[in-house]
Design a protein around this ligand. Structure first.
Ligand code: ATP
Ligand code: MG
Ligand code: MG
Length: 551
């Protein structure tokens, strides 16, 4: 897939720089709400905001948009910091919290009241919705809309002081109940919530709404370009109204399309449900589209950055094919992953003419094209395991692997010829009786004789048993969000998204570090999991070697 050229956001920033708007400065922010773990959609926003800042010699803030005390937690703040750092976002000392602005935001709200631009409304949430009208029908003004400045100030202060229970009053902007833009029909700025906040504790019982908080946070931090997703297009008018009415520094909001991906969901609400209802093993389950899940699965951060660069930016929503992500993962790992050997569906090979009790070691490079990866010693002996699938009793044409009478190369070791297969009554292979050619040490034949197949193997006496987790798409359908009447996205879960097998690894894998992704030759990319114990290493399959989904 081709990489796009300059996108519309970078083009606008170039124009702003050329015209001297914002004094040629570029200052962006990544503003997650700490109400869940970050997912691939956030990766797009992180790469965009931090990428733009880096490319234009500017800055990018990490700002926690934490104005909703009942949904936010410190655990989420910490996971977000870890994930952004992992992806390469560098915010240095520019870590901000909307909750740090509560006092300042409150002062701005009083200023709007004094300007006659905000009022305390006693309508209930349902009534406010009803009074708002629709796209075809203008809204109606609240009977409380024309309260005096003094009364509004008094009520707002009493809201802050905790005199009223949740939901009985709100502060609203006084804009235009007939605006064609529903967002502008006297939007709510503050609501009462007697709830403990993960940072401010019980200092506040009124909390500012997103549309009031976000623009002012951007303004206070000196953001130049406030990049957000398309669903905020209609909110831009309010963003501009708040800043213009208060007469404060005014960043430019620019919207881009959210990332949607086939075979998964990218919505924190749905991801929370998967975790809380136990459909997955946690936020970092390797099947999850969360950054922590992808990391645990063995996806390198660089592959995600490449993915974000390739999908580019658009002004219209679309759905990206999951195979595009896998393409980027494979491309990166093919270049950088060390090669090792493991057998996931073992069948025993006995080399009849190899001396019993003898063990020799083969020095194998970790990367065929890059000697800097070094090498390790791999033991070889009379009894080995190979992949069951590498043997056929009755081979089809062009089957270049093992069958009775056929000769193959054991990777980096010897040529072997299969004499016979020992079968059980049902025809299952119990073991393969083979002979080797001692002259073919290192996998070369002295007489120039050719063998077409090279297969991987492990020495039976030295192999390490391991649990290997093979993953498939978490959802069985391309668009899990589309569920028929009476069903939900959960009905689209793939019941076979995890298959666990017992594999046999070459011994060097016992020491491998957790989180480093390797290529198991001929099988795919695998990464040691933190569930590993000294007795039983656990590996996650990051990706297969080829796209098995291609039709
Ligand atoms: P969700 O719908 O999953 O709850 P959100 O937009 O509410 O996502 P935030 O924590 O507010 O989550 O998002 C932080 C930033 O990441 C925002 O600027 C938002 O626009 C961006 N973002 C979130 N999801 C996506 C996505 N799918 N594609 C691109 N950007 C996204
Ligand atoms: Mg949000
Ligand atoms: Mg959200």
């Amino acid at each position: 897939p081709a990489r796009p050229g300059v996108d519309f956001i970078r083009a606008r920033i170039q124009e702003d720089n050329a015209s001297g708007r914002f004094g040629g400065q570029v200052h962006t922010r990544f503003p997650p709400e700490p109400n869940g773990y970050l997912h691939l959609g956030h990766a797009k926003s992180i790469c965009l905001n931090f990428g733009v800042a880096r490319e234009f010699g500017g800055l990018c803030n990490l700002r926690f948009d934490d104005t909703n005390p009942t949904k936010e937690e410190t655990e989420y703040v910490e996971s977000i910091r870890e994930d952004v750092r992992w992806l390469g976002g560098d915010w240095q000392d520019r870590e901000f919290y909307a909750s740090n602005y509560f006092e300042q935001l409150y002062a701005y709200a009083e200023q709007l009241i004094r300007m006659g631009k905000a009022y305390v409304d006693d309508l209930s949430a349902d009534e406010i919705r009803e009074y708002r009208g629709t796209l075809t029908e203008p809204g109606r003004e609240s009977p409380y809309r024309n309260r005096s400045v003094e009364e509004n100030l008094d009520l707002f202060r009493r809201m802050r002081a905790g005199e009223f229970p949740d939901g009985v009053r709100v502060l609203r902007a006084k804009i235009d109940m007939a605006s064609p833009n529903l967002v502008m029909r006297d939007p709510t700025l503050y609501r009462i919530r007697h709830a403990e906040h993960h940072r401010t504790g019980n200092a506040w019982c009124i909390y500012p709404m997103y549309d009031f908080t976000h623009c002012l946070s951007d303004s206070l931090e000196g953001i130049t370009h406030s990049l957000c997703t398309l669903e905020f297009v209609n909110n831009r008018e309010l963003y501009d109204w708040v800043l213009d009415t208060l007469g404060v520094y005014h960043p430019q909001q620019i919207e881009f399309a959210r990332l949607n991906l086939t075979y998964t969901v990218l919505s924190k609400r749905k991801l929370i449900q998967l975790v809380k209802e136990g459909h997955v093993r946690g936020w970092d389950d390797p099947r999850m589209p969360t950054l922590s899940g992808l990391r645990r699965r063995g996806v390198p951060a660089a592959a995600l950055r490449e993915f974000c660069a390739r999908i580019g930016l658009a002004r219209a929503d679309s759905i990206v094919d999951y195979s595009m992500l896998e393409f980027c993962v494979r491309e990166h790992l093919n270049a950088y992953a060390p090669r090792v050997m493991a057998v996931l569906d073992p069948v025993k090979v006995v080399i009849e003419n190899y001396p019993e009790g003898q063990v020799e070691e083969f020095e194998m490079p970790y990367h065929p094209e890059d000697p800097s990866y070094g090498s390790r010693k791999v033991p070889f002996s009379r009894e080995l395991y190979i992949e069951r699938d590498d043997f056929r009793q009755d081979p089809p044409k062009k089957f270049h692997r093992l069958s009775p009478g056929a000769e193959v190369r054991l990777r980096y070791a010897y040529f072997i010829t299969c004499r016979e297969a020992v079968l059980d009554e049902a025809g299952n292979v119990l073991e393969l009786r083979c002979v080797y050619d001692p002259q073919s040490r290192g996998g070369q034949s002295p007489d120039g004789r050719k063998v077409k197949g090279t297969i991987h193997w492990v020495s039976a006496a030295h192999a390490l048993p391991a649990e290997v987790r093979l993953y498939d798409h978490l959802f069985a359908v391309e668009n899990p969000n589309a569920a028929p009447e009476g069903k939900t996205f959960l009905d689209n879960l793939n019941p076979d998204s995890l298959r666990v097998v017992r594999g046999l690894l070459e011994p060097a894998l016992g020491e491998g570090e957790i989180g480093r992704t390797l290529q198991f030759e001929r099988l795919g990319y695998f990464c040691k999991d933190r569930d590993s114990s000294p007795e039983l290493p656990v590996f996650n399959r990051t990706a297969t070697l080829r796209d098995t989904w291609a039709k």
